[in-house]
Ligand binder design. Sequence first.
Ligand SMILES: Cc1cc2nc3c(=O)[nH]c(=O)nc-3n(C[C@H](O)[C@H](O)[C@H](O)COP(=O)(O)O)c2cc1C
Length: 355
Amino acid sequence: MSILFSPLTIRSLTLRNRLWVSPMCMYSAEDGVVQEWHHTHLTQFASGGAGLIIAEATAVVPEGRISPRDAGIWTDEQRDAWAPIVEAIHDRGAAAGIQLAHAGRKASTWWPWADEQGSVPAAQGGWTTVAPSAIAFQGFAEPEALDTAGIDALVTAFADAAKRAVDAGFDVLELHGAHGYLLHEFLSPLSNRRDDDYGGSLGNRARLLLRVIDAVREAAGATVPLFVRISATDHAEGGFTPDEAAQVGGWATEHGADLIDVSSGGLVAHQQISVFPGYQVPLAESVRQGGRIPVSAVGLITAAEQAEQVLVDGAADAIFAGREWLRDPHFALRAAHELGADVAWPPQYDRAHWR
Ligand SMILES: Cc1cc2nc3c(=O)[nH]c(=O)nc-3n(C[C@H](O)[C@H](O)[C@H](O)COP(=O)(O)O)c2cc1C
């Protein structure tokens, strides 16, 4: 019996397996509105057997986009563009999630294949970024420190975005609290030097994240699974630590989060990160605290046996993969085949099922 291909129930949702698609920015939206590219990109993973597909970091306000080409969900038009994608994912037997995001001081940057790098100037469609403190990410423009009214407005923006996402049909909401974006910037002492209720102690640094969880839970209702992606370490001296991550994971679940999606890094350019197969699995295991907190593992998990072993070892409850799905959109069908797990194949593909 494969654990990877056993179902998982979270609140009202039962996922057909535990091999999921990690959120991946496509930098292909127009004014935050997702396009035909997103439709093809996301639905192929549902045909390929994914249990859950989390759509890319999707900005809750225009200034929260990493680049001008990021997806958004701050307007009804953007919501309505997501709806047929969600429906097509459902038609193919998978669940659909969306990652609600604000890029903070790492917003307003060029997309990866643009001719330029770094911050986009205002004259070319860029904007002033916001952050907990006026400390720039290396090579990017200096952000403005948010005031209390700005923080309150952000909490409301996350809640409004959550409501729109549920209305678009999404089954799962994920808050992007990782990779050096706004919610992570509040968590880390390297980017948060505030001396008010949102800075200093871990409780204060986590206050915004917990407020957003409360507001999103309230807006989304009691039945919708809510995940939080965190960077469980900054891989840098004086940064956010795995012990703090375990503490914040506990608080997040007490506030209504259902699963902590454990990633790492992205806060500072000088991070010292050593990357190898499954490199973030020990962080997931540490946040999981022996099963007290449901977690997912992600990061260079690229093979069926490897993914299965993470679950057998009790290091995580589910697996996210990113790049392996880009190499093979039918990763889950292939993994099930390799593990001998009898999953439902699309009838159109059934001739590839056993032999
Ligand atoms: C093209 C691309 C876009 C990404 N965009 C996001 C994103 O929007 N949100 C996020 O949390 N992580 C993002 N990531 C990170 C992935 O979700 C994943 O955590 C990372 O690639 C490690 O997993 P992997 O080794 O299976 O690819 C992105 C990664 C790639 C390759």
